[in-house]
Design a protein around this ligand. Structure first.
Ligand code: XCC
Ligand code: SF4
Length: 656
């Protein structure tokens, strides 16, 4: 083995299973990442394959500075410059990410309408208060109409957002007024969700948009159609159908698998099926069947964002994040893994062949050769769910002897929806963000950071997430998290109230202790980044911290990103006025001009900009620096100095 090889994971449970896979010569994403270096030209966004004359490669020449003449010659066959090529590649990533989130939102809207019409037994409307809120947002008449009538109209209005051709998305009106005006003035207020995505595909076709500013403008518009459109629709309608999350205890890591129960892992993104599986697993008939096969019961565990969805609403344990999906099968203890869409590795069926695990696909949009396909039908959801669970139960007796269930599992508290934060801070009768704003103004909390996104097999699993989050809370930055990033922090024990005293700075710890919250809040899945937009908006509306999101001492980060969805999320954070720093790799380095535009000029245009910093500690300090800059602009930097002085003085006194 190569000496001093970079660690694959910092998680002991994962490391143990990586070693087991290695002994059994099972290839994992970690191994494939080492065997295949990233294409250096593609990595900098300098390879275009948008037509049959290419692929054309226009990489930045290594080490030497180019003359303008040389730069002029660096073009694709159609004449496209490095700027155009990198910009086209980047906005196509946004289109991919926005499409994924939004198609999820569309599926939710379709189910929502079926439920409202009473055509989808197994579901019902759980959060009627939020239904009425959405009716107001969408201009649906409430009057003396029944909730069912209102819900049908809300569902139709949500679905219409996708195919709308004119006007602007309805949720934009939720943003601070100043932000809305800025979007309109810059011409980036999205019209319809599908329209913006299609327009990216059109503009990036050979010979269309050849001005990177203009390409990026459409990228911004499309990302906003994701964050304030498709993703927000997904989150809001899911809350109405399945309940708005409230604080719930849970556990995470592969140690949640059980030796004596049927283990069914639910992996993917859309909670439409998983919600019903959770219900079906409690049916006496199903539990009896499991017992008849010699199992003590049925153990459900989540993976990736589906995990976050059913954790937030039911406390179902989390088996792990993106880079643990293969490892779950390597335990030998997973009787079935059911998947829907997004972030599902095609290697799963191959690895499953070395064990007894059955892989079940359920979406007509996502099939995998070698998997069993049980298509999920919302009109008979309960039957579909039972069918899935039965595959796992029937497979339980086939478990081999090569079983390794790690002991690691960490406690966590999840369920911090935007509404819950509101309630926890202000109490039931005075729900508001006032206490948060006050504690930011008085300096106990320095600012707020949204740390989100994936795992990436090019870097040590979970390392950057945990290092960055620890550095932020140590410096009194309250952290909100979603996706695989949230799971990394949860595994490290950062999502329990006790973590405040252990890891947070004195100011943040004192607030967390008073309110009884962890210093790192689990806000949900990746579509739930829309909750972070709502939280930021609530902070603006509560007053005292400026009149736009770009005035707030807040920032965003995705230290281990890999998916196109992460790029779309990052772009809508930036376009909403948030400074956002990504790790691992940056996909436009092939054009300095374009990269500078996004890293510098964007701040002047949108009040938020991108940054790239692979070192998580340095990235944390970019965030802290940005937060301090905003505090200074708000004139609240002095308050913080006083707080720190107080703490130091207090310690001195204690020492006497
Ligand atoms: Fe996928 Fe959402 Fe990324 Fe995790 S964080 S790897 S997108 S599961 Ni969204
Ligand atoms: Fe090459 Fe232009 Fe075709 Fe891209 S669109 S592959 S740069 S010729």
């Amino acid at each position: 083995m190569a000496e001093e090889e970079k660690k694959k994971s910092i998680d002991p449970a994962s490391t143990m299973l990586i070693e087991k896979a290695c002994r059994s010569e099972i290839s994992l994403a970690f191994d494939r990442a080492r065997a295949m270096k990233p294409c250096p030209i593609g990595a900098m966004g300098s390879c275009c394959s948008n037509c049959g004359m290419g692929p054309c490669r226009v990489p930045l020449p290594k080490g030497k500075t180019e003359t303008p003449e040389e730069k002029k010659k660096r073009r694709g066959i159609c004449g496209a410059t490095a700027e155009t090529i990198a910009a086209r590649n980047f906005v196509r990533m946004i289109a991919g990410g926005a499409a994924a989130h939004s198609d999820h939102g569309r599926a939710t809207a379709e189910l929502f309408i079926s439920v409202a019409k009473g055509e989808a037994p197994g579901y019902k409307i759980k959060d009627e208060q939020k239904l009425l809120q959405l009716a107001l947002d969408f201009g649906v008449e409430i009057g003396s109409r029944s909730n069912q009538e209102i819900a049908i109209d809300v569902g139709k209005a949500a679905l219409a957002e996708f195919g709308k051709q004119e006007g602007e998305l309805l949720f934009l009106k939720r943003a601070p007024l100043k932000r809305q005006e800025l979007w309109r003035q810059k011409g980036v207020a999205p019209r319809g969700i599908d329209r913006e995505i299609v327009e990216i595909m059109h503009r990036t076709h050979t010979g269309v948009d050849q001005d990177y500013h203009n390409l990026l403008k459409q990228g911004v518009r499309t990302s906003l159609a994701d964050g304030w459109g498709g993703s927000m629709i997904a989150t809001e309608l899911q809350d109405i159908l399945f309940g708005t999350p409230t604080p719930v205890p849970g556990q995470i890591n592969l140690g949640v698998l059980k030796a004596d129960e049927v283990n069914l892992i639910i992996h993917g993104h859309e909670p439409l099926l998983s919600e019903v599986i959770v219900a079906a697993a409690q049916e006496p008939e199903i539990i009896e069947l499991a017992k008849s096969k010699g199992a003590k019961g049925i153990n459900l565990a989540g993976m990736c964002c589906t995990a976050n969805e059913i954790l937030m609403r039911h406390g179902v344990p989390l088996a792990g994040n993106f880079l643990q999906q293969e490892l779950a099968i390597v335990t030998g203890a997973v009787d079935a893994m059911v998947v829907d869409v997004q972030c599902i590795m095609e290697s799963l069926t191959d690895i499953a062949q070395c064990f007894h695990t059955k892989i079940i696909t359920t979406s007509a949009k996502a099939k995998i050769p070698g998997a069993i396909h049980i298509e999920f039908d919302e009109h008979r959801a309960m039957e579909s769910a039972k069918e899935v669970i039965k595959v796992a139960i029937e497979n339980f007796p086939n478990r081999g002897s090569n079983i390794t269930i790690p002991k690691e599992r960490t406690d966590l508290i999840a369920g911090f929806s935007h509404e819950t934060i509101n309630y926890l801070l202000g109490g039931l009768f005075r729900a508001s963000y006032r206490p948060l704003n006050d504690n930011i103004i008085n300096g106990r909390i320095r600012g707020v950071a949204g740390v989100v996104g994936c795992n990436n097999a090019r870097v040590t699993h979970n390392e950057a997430h945990i290092a960055m989050v620890k550095e932020l809370i140590k410096n009194d930055v309250l952290v909100l998290q979603t996706g695989c990033s949230a799971m990394a922090s949860a595994m490290a024990g950062l999502m329990v109230p006790e973590a405040a005293a252990k890891f947070a700075g004195d100011g943040l710890a004192s607030v967390c202790e008073a309110v009884g919250i962890p210093p790192v809040l689990h806000v949900g899945s990746c579509v739930d980044n829309s909750r972070i937009l709502m939280a930021a908006t609530a902070m603006v509306k509560d007053g005292g911290l400026g009149d736009d999101i770009s005035d707030l001492p807040v920032a965003g980060a995705a230290p281990e990103w890999m998916s196109e969805k992460a790029i779309s999320i990052g772009q809508y954070f930036v376009a909403s006025g948030v400074f956002t720093v990504f790790g691992v790799t940056w996909p436009t380095t092939g054009s300095e001009e374009l990269t500078n535009y996004m890293f510098k000029d964007f701040e002047m245009i949108y009040g938020g900009m991108w940054a790239f910093e692979p070192d998580p500690i340095q990235a944390a300090h970019l965030i802290i620096g940005h937060i301090d800059k905003k505090r200074q602009a708000l004139g609240i930097d002095k308050a913080r100095e006083r707080v720190l002085y107080d703490m130091a003085m207090r310690r001195e006194l204690e020492a006497v």
